[in-house]
Design a protein around this ligand. Structure first.
Ligand SMILES: [Zn+2]
Length: 356
């Protein structure tokens, strides 16, 4: 009780009294490739503003931060396209050129153009040229389907082009022809699609980020998005997809397992979902064991804060530690993976899929 009244939810921050083994893992057991990183803040002031930051991160210091965390290479998913936020793809590549042995760049596609004629030739030209310039893969953001451009020009939740729309097929076809894997973000935590009430397990997050609330009239349901995702994978067997954030549905590894069984062109990353994976350690461990050739290490890395975030991933993957805090209200458990699986997840699968 505080001043004689019950606590408000935000005041309730219990500390675990468990006395159990703790292991600090500051570097991964094997030098890792992080396949899910965002580095636009290094080359875009507008992007910095999105994160309420004023100083651009220094390129050399950023690379040094990753290297001291045992990361040998990272994928930069922020290659965008010519004209995005006033940038060109050449400018983006040049901004990171000093460390081109470290960054693996992915380019994106302006899918708003799919609503106009000439989209197919735009995609073919843009992707072919990007490949020649050195882009290794393609990133599709969730803005393709579940965000729309709002009145102030910013993206807001809304119903946009379904990811399995025939107009987008040229992207997947060209990706296969050019041998470029596609890392695609479809959906978001399933609770974001539910009503924001006392039963929502992400209530606090959704209250502080109303822009993540997808339970709105006119939005796709989570179920519809998963059906689109399956059709995308089924219709494009020659295209390699890395479906971000544990195949969009870490809350339901049974579903993700079925998809991995059905679609050999599907891979997943684990970016920003160790909280989901680590609260179901038995299921997760079996999942990693069974799909050890299909899971790629990724974090949603940014050019800041990684000294704090990486050790949480390493601790989850490598130790048997119990009930340790990550972020939010959930505490997680390590899944103690064997060396052979760790090597695959940390870098061998990425080397194979990205053809490094
Ligand atoms: Zn991301």
């Amino acid at each position: 009780m505080t001043g004689g009244r019950p606590l408000y939810l935000h005041e309730y921050q219990p500390k675990s009294q468990l006395v159990v083994e703790k292991h600090e893992v500051l570097r991964p057991k094997f030098p890792a490739i992080d396949v899910h990183g965002h580095f636009a803040a290094i080359y875009s002031d507008l992007w910095l503003k999105e994160f309420n930051r004023s100083t651009r991160p220094d390129l050399d210091e950023t690379v040094e931060m990753f290297r001291r965390n045992g990361i040998k290479r990272v994928v930069n998913l922020d290659g965008f396209w010519d004209g995005f936020m006033g940038m060109t793809t050449d400018y983006i590549l040049d901004s990171l050129r000093r460390h081109e042995d470290f960054f693996i760049n992915f380019v994106s596609v302006n899918t708003e153009k799919a609503k106009e004629s000439g989209f197919e030739s735009y995609v073919r030209k843009h992707l072919t040229e990007s490949r020649e310039k050195g882009f290794r893969g393609i990133k599709l953001f969730k803005h393709v389907s579940i965000m729309v451009i709002g009145e102030d020009g910013r993206f807001v939740p809304g119903r946009n082009i379904p990811v399995d729309d025939p107009r987008l097929a040229v992207i997947w076809k060209t990706a296969a022809e050019l041998d470029m894997p596609v890392l695609i973000h479809i959906g978001d935590p399933v609770a974001f699609f539910d009503p924001v009430d006392g039963n929502n397990e992400r209530y606090e997050e959704l209250i502080s980020h109303p822009e993540w609330q997808y339970h709105k009239p006119g939005m796709y349901t989570f179920q519809e998005l998963m059906e689109m995702q399956e059709r995308l994978l089924a219709n494009n067997p020659d295209t390699t997809f890395i479906v971000a954030h544990v195949g969009s549905y870490p809350e339901n590894l049974g579903f993700v397992s079925k998809c991995l069984d059905k679609y050999p062109n599907m891979y997943i990353d684990i970016a920003e979902r160790i909280n989901e994976l680590g609260r179901q350690p038995y299921t997760s461990r079996k999942f990693f064991y069974k799909y050890q050739d299909r899971i790629l290490f990724g974090t949603d890395a940014f050019p800041w804060g990684m000294d704090y975030r990486y050790p949480l991933y390493f601790r989850f993957l490598e130790t048997w530690d119990e009930y340790f805090p990550v972020y939010g209200r959930w505490n997680i458990y390590g899944i103690g993976l064997e060396d052979e699986i760790l090597e695959k997840v940390y870098y061998k699968n990425a080397e194979r899929v990205l053809k490094l």
